[in-house]
Design a protein around this ligand. Structure first.
Ligand code: HMH
Length: 227
């Protein structure tokens, strides 16, 4: 469970795109992931696209090492980079083999629209060199995944499903998400001066765009199979 101060910046952001957030957390993909019934073809499409997402995500963490305003935060991002190299990358490689995706298929795929959208958003956040902008995108990506990862359901049996759920739940992942949320709360400018208001407006627009992309990312994994 993630806690945010009542009346704070993160609570306001979280509320600003609640419909897309709830639609993503309650998505058919999530239901089928826990049930172990995501068709392998859909899982393959999702993972191929998500491996591209993962690459830009790593760049955002690197940018946080560069642009966070405190050494404690830089070190936390550095630690997470090590974890992702050790645990998440190895999941992808195992999962690709399990659903029959070859290295040639995942090396340089055509990007589906939500993946391209995320690439724009994440590259934009990296290029901005703005720690608050980077945090907005990271908080969404990680908190939204923790929200569904923590659903109390019976677990599936295949590694491709269990592994993806396990990466997005548990004490360590929740502590990482709480850290991101706390950092965002700390660095969003307060006050009613024009600059603070303009920054909050920019962050709110970014929040809305990225939450919409999370929902679309799940939708898109099914689209090629439905048509
Ligand atoms: C699209 C997407 N959003 C969030 C996460 C979790 O960081 C992920 N792996 N993929």
């Amino acid at each position: 469970m993630i806690t945010v101060p009542a009346g704070g910046a993160v609570e306001a952001l979280r509320r600003s795109a609640d419909e897309d957030w709830a639609a993503a957390v309650g998505h058919r993909f999530v239901e089928e992931l826990f049930a172990g019934t995501v068709p392998d073809e859909v899982m393959a499409t999702y993972l191929i696209q998500d491996y591209q997402f993962f690459e830009d995500f790593l760049a955002m963490l690197g940018a946080c090492v560069a642009h966070a305003d405190r050494i404690e935060a830089k070190l936390r991002f550095a630690r997470q980079l090590g974890f992702l190299e050790a645990e998440e990358d190895s999941y992808f490689i195992r999962a690709f083999a399990e659903v029959g995706v070859s290295p040639a298929d995942y090396a340089d795929p055509v990007l589906l629209a939500p993946t391209a959208g995320f690439r724009d958003v994440m590259k934009g956040a990296v290029a901005s060199a703005s720690y608050p902008d980077l945090l907005v995108v990271l908080v969404i990506a990680e908190w939204l995944y923790l929200d569904w990862g923590e659903l109390e359901r019976e677990m599936p049996t295949r590694d491709v499903h269990v592994g993806w759920i396990d990466l997005h739940r548990g004490e360590d992942f929740a502590a990482w998400v709480q850290f991101l949320v706390d950092e965002l709360e700390r660095v969003v400018p307060r006050g009613d001066d024009a600059e603070a208001v303009a920054t909050r407006d920019r962050l709110t627009a970014l929040w809305g765009r990225a939450v919409g992309l999370e929902r679309a990312f799940f939708d898109e994994a099914y689209r090629s199979q439905d048509s």
